[in-house]
Design a protein around this ligand. Structure first.
Ligand SMILES: [Zn+2]
Length: 279
């Protein structure tokens, strides 16, 4: 039994991810091998990618909903709460300083680089992400749909003037509030805060892309945050297939054509298969 298959055994389809060792039947979807994933990509006419926090954690960015995440010790509902921001933007900037405004010091991980390289080779047509860390773009992906917005731009709530992450981050790191030079308002990151709608254009674009492909790779997402998690459903409903690589269970596991557990292992294998520089 390969290491991948042993790891896959730990995921209990009916309960929490556990250390319980069960030997699955030979054709269990959890035990698909890597050549099968590469074959799925090669045989698809159009593939898209959906990424979640599990991809960011490979770059050392905590999953703020996961066990190591900031929910454990900080109040993310307040930090990313729209009402709170309107009352006291300094609360956001104080607490996001070491988390958001150091993102430019993080490096893309293998999933980011392989996705960018596969897009450059014409093997994937775009990336839909729940992440706000800008790492897909930094690794070279061109068609990236950010479902939860991004700190790449900040907007002034007063007059709409925009500022880039690069303009804002040094101010925040120096302990100052990034202030609009036009009206004196405090810039808000274009991250979707609690209490805000997801960006309509991004959501529409994500559903359109998902419905147009015949293969969707779901990477590092437990598919629990709605409505974003419904995006891969659009692929299924259009007759396409899902390949899921995620540590824990997802609600769509039983409908996936392939199911793997460990992103890093699988993507190193993909990089080898496609002759990519895994950097
Ligand atoms: Zn302004």
């Amino acid at each position: 039994m390969t290491r991948v298959m042993q790891m896959a055994c730990h995921a209990d389809r009916t309960g929490e991810f556990s250390q319980k060792r069960r030997c699955p039947p030979a054709r269990d979807p959890y035990t698909g091998d890597m050549s099968e994933l590469a074959k799925m990509i090669e045989s698809a006419s159009n593939t898209a990618v959906f990424t979640g926090a599990g991809v960011s954690t490979l770059s050392g960015i905590p999953d703020f909903r996961g066990p190591q995440g900031i929910y454990r010790h900080l109040d993310a509902d307040r930090i990313f709460g729209l009402d709170q921001f309107r009352r006291d933007p300094g609360f956001y900037y104080e607490h996001a300083r070491d988390f958001i405004y150091t993102l430019d010091q993080r490096s893309p991980a293998i999933v980011h680089t392989v996705c960018a390289d596969l897009e450059a080779q014409g093997l994937i047509s775009g990336v839909i992400t729940q992440n706000i860390d800008m790492l897909h773009q930094r690794s070279g992906s061109r068609n990236v749909i950010e479902l939860h917005g991004s700190p790449a731009t900040h907007s002034c709530p007063g007059c709409g003037l925009q500022a880039t992450f690069e303009q804002v981050a040094p101010e925040v790191r120096a302990g100052r509030l990034p202030t609009c030079g036009q009206c004196g308002g405090i810039f808000k990151p274009d991250i979707t805060f609690f209490g805000e709608m997801l960006p309509v254009g991004a959501l529409e674009g994500a559903f359109a892309l998902a419905g147009s492909v015949d293969l969707m790779l779901v990477l590092g997402s437990s598919l629990v945050v709605q409505p974003a998690a419904s995006v891969p459903l659009a692929t299924l409903e259009a007759g396409g297939r899902l390949a899921i690589v995620n540590l824990g269970e997802t609600p769509l596991d039983s409908r996936a054509a392939g199911r793997w557990v460990d992103l890093e292992t699988e993507f190193l294998e993909l990089a080898r298969h496609f002759g990519l520089d895994s950097r």
